[in-house]
Ligand binder design. Structure first.
Ligand code: GDP
Length: 431
């Protein structure tokens, strides 16, 4: 990274597909240049995998900036904080020699995800007529409590008695909604709750106002990254509803989810994989046939970082990329996993969707209709050579550059970074 200008101002990193785009690696690379990295939404259902040297770190809630000594890492108010999982992550990082002293802050306005939310998640998914394919970690119910104005926030931990009362109320509601738990489940829940409640004193010293912190950092001329989880197609409003996550993943939510105004954001970098993947249920218009699906899953290692679930794979979807460019106001894109396509003789991109009514070029609101569209594919020649050692666009085979040019043209946002492998060094910066 020597010689690169430091990233100033506030940059949002947002996934532009169904999550798992490799945001963790992009944030990890850019974190070197900034002072603060903050998560603005989601919970422990997100899983970023970051490779540092020979070590692999899987982070669920703590921003991947934590792997850079001295960087401040924040969890904004838009996040739902799973206390137990959070401290497990803290302990695991410390056990591997990462110094966290004074480096982690959690918004006082963030909502807590408590063990009863997991119970509610399971009950809801079992009862659902159409399965969303949630990770079962209680994220949806925690956001429901937030919107329902019955959530418990980090600020509520301050007064121990009041916290106890809120927890009891939450437990009673969960028992009622689950229709009785049975002795075994009740005992398990009580144990899990006791474990979570006991973490109160550990969390209190970390509680901050993330808006104030980020604003002050920006006023001092520091660089800030706001890191999203999941992706645009999983956004509660702009994704493939109802097969979406329970929060707004798109760039505008970064301002709300941290506590600064949208005018403080200077850049929005959209992360797109060079192809498409999707975990969980719901339409995937550019899905491969089963044979190619299996091949790409193996080539790209497309299994969930949190759940190990196999991801469905497909060609790059430019209809979705254009939608993402618009709803996020992208100022640039980072294309990841280009190397995964290295062995293919041909690569395709979907430029539109074919429907009985004609070709569709805008990403539709009708999710169930999306299941029935056919992608209009444009096929380009593959490069059939390794890209992993490329450090500038000039190092890439001509057909790989051609592919990137086409992706850029179709997405309507300039390519700013290209990732060609899992390592930190395997990155191309496009100035
Ligand atoms: P995230 O949630 O968007 O960060 O994505 P994941 O962590 O689920 O997936 C990213 C996975 O892809 C991790 O295992 C990364 O190490 C890996 N990865 C990221 N960028 C690249 C790349 O350019 N090439 C390859 N081969 N793997 C990559």
């Amino acid at each position: 990274m020597a010689g690169r200008a430091r990233t100033r101002g506030c940059t949002v990193i947002v996934g532009c597909q169904w999550g798992d785009e490799g945001k963790g690696k992009i944030v990890d690379v850019l974190a070197e240049e900034v002072d603060v990295v903050a998560r603005y939404q989601g919970g422990a259902n997100a899983g970023h995998t970051v490779h540092v040297g020979e070590k692999e770190f899987i982070l669920h809630q703590i921003p991947s900036g934590i792997l850079h000594p001295g960087k401040r890492c924040l969890l904004g108010n838009g996040v739902v904080l799973d206390l137990v999982q959070f401290f497990e992550e803290v302990d695991a990082l410390q056990a591997r020699g990462v110094d966290l002293e004074g480096r982690v802050g959690v918004s006082r306005r963030a909502h807590l995800l408590l063990p009863y939310h997991r119970v509610l998640d399971r009950v809801a998914e079992e009862a659902a007529e159409e399965k969303i394919g949630t990770t079962g970690r209680g994220i949806g119910p925690a956001y429901e409590d937030k919107a329902g104005r019955r959530g418990i926030r980090v600020a509520d931990l301050t007064d121990e008695r009041r916290f106890g009362e809120l927890v009891e109320r939450g437990m009673d509601r969960a028992r009622a909604r689950a229709g009785g738990l049975g002795a075994e489940a009740e005992a398990a829940l009580e144990r899990a709750m006791a474990e979570a409640v006991a973490l109160r004193e550990r969390l209190l010293p970390l509680a901050v106002d993330t808006g104030v912190e980020v604003e002050s950092a920006l006023d001092r001329g520091e660089g800030v990254l706001l890191e999203g989880a999941q992706g645009t197609a999983l956004d509660l409003d702009h994704g493939t509803y109802p097969y979406v996550t329970s929060s707004n993943t798109t760039a505008a939510a970064a301002a709300t989810g941290i506590g600064v105004g949208p005018t403080r954001i200077s850049e929005v970098l959209g992360v797109v994989k060079a192809y498409t993947t999707r975990v969980g249920n719901g339409p995937l218009p550019t899905a491969f046939d089963p044979e190619m699906d299996e091949r790409m899953r193996a080539l790209g290692g497309e299994f969930g970082a949190t759940t190990g679930r196999p991801r469905r794979c497909g060609w790059f979807d430019a209809v979705l990329a254009r939608h993402a460019a618009r709803v996020n106001g992208l100022t640039g894109i980072a294309v990841t996993k280009l190397d995964v396509l290295d062995t293919l003789a041909e690569v395709s991109v979907a430029t539109a969707y074919r429907t009985p009514q004609g070709e569709m070029t805008e990403f539709p609101a009708d999710t169930f209709g999306l299941d029935r569209v056919e992608p209009v594919l444009e096929t380009l020649p593959g490069w059939e050579s390794s890209t992993g050692a490329a450090r500038s666009l000039d190092d890439l085979p001509p057909n790989a550059r051609r592919y990137l040019d086409r992706v850029e043209e179709l997405a309507g946002a300039p390519v700013r970074m290209v990732s060609v492998g899992t390592k930190r060094s395997q990155i191309i910066h496009v100035e």
